[in-house]
Design a protein around this ligand. Structure first.
Ligand SMILES: O=c1ccn([C@@H]2O[C@H](COP(=O)(O)O)[C@@H](O)[C@H]2O)c(=O)[nH]1
Length: 224
């Protein structure tokens, strides 16, 4: 089985991102380039990281009208990402058009509810109900729209997997036992997320901010 860990490269300088990926590449299955990286380094940065030889996950969380999101998907086609994220709450038509515009080898996954939010946050934004219900509703919509899968927290992955047996599921908000959770709220360990059905385990700061990132990645890999 391939390594499900994708390292989130949320570091400001391109050369630091490349050096970090080089350091841990034996212990991860791919790299995730998000808004911080892509807005700073764009396509050039993606090409630089591609040279390391790991699959690239573009975590762009696209969220706009269908025509605009489809155009963005076409624009990144040339970068051949293995995975791209869009926001599932952008609607069924937006998700359908995004999937249709993506390259054949690119998995398009819908972000359901950010792992930095909890039930209280939902209520404060005017959405009654639990994270579980919110995630399950958006998962159903993403499935209906023909996406490859969703992004959810490790607290919902089991239910999501039960509802969508052959889906592709990305789980961030992961911390080794006792790790600092920072701004994340719905958190589980990498091992629990994997056991409950995650396809991809997104891990950033527990590796990138460790004193010895290579040792941290190796230790997390050993728990799986
Ligand atoms: O719901 C979500 C969606 C995406 N992310 C991204 O994952 C990493 C997590 O980083 P850590 O340092 O391991 O907390 C980060 O790039 C987020 O943008 C998420 O956390 N939650």
């Amino acid at each position: 089985m391939s390594n499900p860990i994708y390292l989130a490269l949320d570091v400001p300088r391109l050369r630091d991102a490349v050096a970090l990926a080089e350091k841990v590449k034996a212990h991860v299955g791919g790299v995730k380039l998000g808004l911080e990286f892509f807005n700073a380094h764009g396509a050039h940065g993606v090409h630089m990281l591609s040279q390391i030889g790991l699959p690239i996950f573009l975590d762009l969380k696209l969220h706009d009208i269908p025509n605009t999101v489809a155009g963005a998907m076409q624009a990144i086609h040339v970068l051949e990402p293995a995975i791209v994220t869009i926001h599932a709450c952008g609607g069924i038509a937006m998700m359908e058009d995004a999937k249709a515009a993506a390259g054949e080898k690119t998995k398009v996954v819908g972000v359901t509810m950010l792992t930095s939010l909890d039930e209280q946050d939902l209520g404060r934004m005017g959405f009654p109900g639990t994270p579980h219900d919110y995630v399950m509703r958006l998962t159903e919509a993403a499935h209906k729209a023909g996406l490859d899968g969703v992004v959810c927290s490790g607290q919902e992955i089991k239910a999501v997997h039960d509802q969508w047996k052959d889906g592709f599921f990305v789980v961030p908000g992961l911390r080794p036992e006792g790790g600092d959770i920072g701004d994340q709220k719905r958190v589980v360990t990498p091992r629990q997320a994997r056991d409950d059905g995650a396809s991809v385990l997104v891990i950033g700061r527990p590796i990138s901010r460790a004193e010895d990132p290579e040792a941290a990645a190796r230790a997390i890999e050993a728990t799986l």
